[in-house]
Design a protein around this ligand. Structure first.
Ligand code: NAD
Ligand code: DAU
Length: 338
């Protein structure tokens, strides 16, 4: 089998490539990535010389380059991680998110139709369901929860999901979709909450918490997400949507304080800053369907996963020190100084 993995130089796609090459050593993996600010070839350095791995530098919105990659590598399966993924950036530049996340998905699925594919898997997000009230812990997102989005990012991901389902119904494209909660773990770009707080704490910089830090996210260790996607691609039902999550809801402020405690840094580093526009209050996934139908269960508790993650950032300083330069510094100054 040959897998085309788009966005494989990013956080989850990179972890997925490492997972696939070790779980399926006889299969071929082709990474297709535009190497935006979020793409990092150092994440793929450990597999670059693997004979079953190839890297193609290309944009999913560039039809000619996408088609050329299909022509050359003839993938059996395509898994689409490529996206603009940061909510705050989508508020500043929605057009880029529509272009990559919607039009890019269309162009990839067109290539899947043209060249024939056994499976197209769309990596989606729990953010397509909008948010849940803080005072109703009984409510969870199920696959039947209607799309109800808050940010240009989540709207673009919901649009891509609808398009994927339309390609399945109209053209019989063999599509599956997964909607996962917040991931954390190695190779996470330090613009997102957990790596940002680890990196700033290690540098004794202020930890910017939006609003009062009471928003709730449902955290899943990235390798559990990768295993779930692998399972859906191997055994999931065509045309089906699967929620992925580990029932691990936490308030942002509690996550931040835990990181400070693990690193032995003072809580005085916490700085409350202006809230995100349209900030979703709470996400919470009901993963009953994937557990019941495919036997998936999360393996890493948050207590273990956060320690593994912090250790990874301690042991891989050169990876993140090279990342927090250039474009990152100008983004950081513009975003947090405002
Ligand atoms: P990321 O921002 O770390 O990585 C995105 C990758 O996509 C980068 O390597 C980037 O270079 C590449 N890319 C961006 N635009 C591209 C384009 N036009 N053509 C080709 N490549 C392009 O993102 P992530 O956090 O790893 O998220 C991966 C996917 O998982 C996204 O689709 C996201 O919506 C989804 N998701 C993320 C989370 C999370 O917690 N991070 C949770 C659920 C779902
Ligand atoms: O739920 C899945 C989604 O999780 C993915 O689809 C997105 O790609 C991914 O970025 C993530 O979105 P969030 O907006 O939940 O993640 P982020 O790390 O940006 O923020 C997590 C919470 O922390 C959120 O409530 C906002 C808050 N936050 C974030 C940043 C960057 C802060 O308080 N301060 C910050 O500086």
């Amino acid at each position: 089998m040959t897998y085309l993995i788009t966005g494989g130089a990013g956080f989850i796609g990179g972890n997925f490539i490492h997972h696939m090459l070790s779980a399926h050593p006889d299969d071929k993996i082709v990474c297709y990535d535009a190497l935006t600010y979020a793409g990092n070839l150092e994440t793929l350095a450990p597999v670059m010389s693997n004979p079953n791995f190839a890297f193609v530098h290309g944009d999913i919105t560039d039809r000619a380059t996408v088609n050329a990659a299909f022509e050359t590598h003839r993938p059996d399966v395509a898994v689409n991680f490529a996206a603009e993924s940061h909510v705050d950036r989508s508020i500043d530049n929605p057009g880029l998110f529509l272009q990559t996340n919607v039009i890019g998905t269309q162009i990839l699925m067109d290539a899947c139709r043209k060249y024939g594919i056994k499976r197209y898997h769309q990596v989606s997000t729990d953010e397509v369901y909008g948010d849940l009230p803080l005072e109703r812990p009984d409510l969870l997102f199920t696959e039947e929860t209607p799309p109800h989005t808050s940010s240009p990012y989540s709207a673009s991901k919901a649009a891509a999901d609808l398009l994927a389902l339309a390609y399945h119904r109209t053209y019989k494209l063999p599509v599956t979709i997964s909607r996962c909660s917040n991931n954390y773990g190695p190779y996470h770009f330090p613009e997102k909450l957990i790596p940002l707080m680890i990196v700033n704490a290690l540098n004794d910089k202020a930890l910017p918490v939006y609003g009062r830090g009471e928003n709730v996210r449902d955290w899943l260790y990235v390798s559990d997400h990768c295993k779930a996607i692998d399972l859906i691609v191997q055994k999931g039902g065509i045309g089906e949507v699967y929620n992925i999550g580990g029932h691990n809801e936490m308030r942002n402020i509690d996550v931040v304080k835990l990181i400070l405690k693990e690193l032995g840094k003072p809580e005085s580093l916490v700085t409350y800053v202006t809230d995100r526009a349209g900030h979703d209050l709470r996400y919470a996934i009901d993963p009953a369907k994937i557990s019941r139908e495919l036997g998936w269960l999360p393996e890493t508790s948050f207590a273990d996963g956060i320690k593994l993650t912090i250790n990874w950032y301690l042991e891989n300083r050169s990876w993140w020190e090279r990342v927090i330069t250039g474009e990152y510094l100008s983004y950081y100054a513009a975003h947090y100084n405002n």
